[in-house]
Design a protein around this ligand. Structure first.
Ligand code: SF4
Ligand code: SF4
Length: 304
């Protein structure tokens, strides 16, 4: 059984399902959306996040690195990614805590123990656990099955936040344990979907239809991004797809694009293509909201 990497376990979340929830962010995703606000969850490997802007060039991290991966250039630390093993030793030497390894391995028992700590909040609020990422469904299936069956014995509700691009067999195995699927739908056009996310949408739409046929409880989450999918025609394609496949989600969330993940791209030494995406106006969001309502979807929300 392969232990997954987890970047974060956030407590007291209120947007990932009903009640108060603990949300687990798994590392690794088959998609590579340029607007992703958790880019550290895209790679399946551990990574070093480094806040170069705040580096004052003291050099304290250099001797800490057994791999000789750090040098100074223009009064800033520079990490050779080929040499860095993400051991995390340099983190201890940096007084500004600017060097943070992202991704920790959790045994299934460790994760269960962590999630159980908030049992009282789940039971009093009608909440539970949400597994997010990255992509949960591409983590080790045996691990997930063991985790979910354990949480089921404790009567802890589990939601899965997914892009849907995963083998059907995995969905079939995990489906019995899942309360609600928070299912991302971005674009209906397979060519545009591939352009913006790196994969076409056939598999994820097929899986959505399959889940609906199993009477899964669904929340459809649509990121609304000017420059990607924010025309009325594109939103209507999504509404039409849902209606023609008789998909009746418990709710639809229109999630306006925001660039809050921007700083994380810098810390991963990646370029954030800010100018490619924009936030829709309130008027546009209102039009999309009404469009979904006209298609017969009663519970549409702007935001999470
Ligand atoms: S994480 Fe480890 S290998 Fe990478 S730069 Fe820091 S000390 Fe060196
Ligand atoms: S210890 Fe921190 S502040 Fe000093 S050079 Fe290294 S990264 Fe920069």
């Amino acid at each position: 059984m392969k232990e997954p990497l987890i970047t974060d376990i956030q407590k007291y979340c209120i947007h990932d399902g009903h009640g108060i929830r603990t949300t687990v962010f798994f590392k690794g995703c088959p998609l590579s959306c340029g607007w992703c606000h958790n880019p550290e969850t895209q790679s399946f490997s551990r990574q070093l996040l480094f806040d170069e802007d705040k580096c004052r060039g003291c050099g304290a991290c250099i001797p800490a690195c057994q791999s000789n991966a750090i040098t100074l250039s223009k009064n800033k630390a520079v990490t050779n990614q080929q040499l860095c093993t993400v051991c995390g030793t340099c983190q201890e030497e940096c007084l500004g805590n600017l060097r943070i390894p992202s991704g920790n391995y959790y045994t299934v028992e460790e994760l269960q123990k962590e999630l159980e700590k908030d049992l009282v909040f789940y039971t009093t609020s009608g909440g539970g656990v949400t597994l997010s990422g990255g992509e949960v469904l591409l983590q080790d299936t045996e691990y997930l099955e063991q985790l979910l069956s354990y949480l089921a014995t404790k009567k802890i509700s589990v939601n899965i936040d997914t892009c849907g691009h995963a083998p059907r067999e995995v969905l079939q195995r995990l489906f019995p344990y899942v309360d609600t699927f928070l299912y991302d739908v971005k674009l209906m056009d397979p060519v545009l979907h591939k352009k913006f996310t790196g994969v076409d949408n056939r598999l994820l739409l097929d899986n959505l239809i399959w889940l609906n046929k199993q009477h899964a409880r669904l929340w459809i989450r649509i990121p609304v991004i000017v420059g990607v999918n924010s025309t009325l025609a594109q939103m209507e394609q999504i509404a039409f797809f849902l209606k023609s496949n008789e998909i009746h989600p418990e709710q639809i969330n229109l999630l306006p694009y925001h660039n809050t993940g921007r700083n994380k791209y810098n810390r991963l030494s990646r370029t954030y293509h800010d100018s490619d995406f924009e936030t829709p106006t309130n008027d546009e969001l209102e039009r999309f909201f009404l469009l979904f309502q006209e298609y017969g979807f009663a519970n549409v929300k702007i935001g999470g």
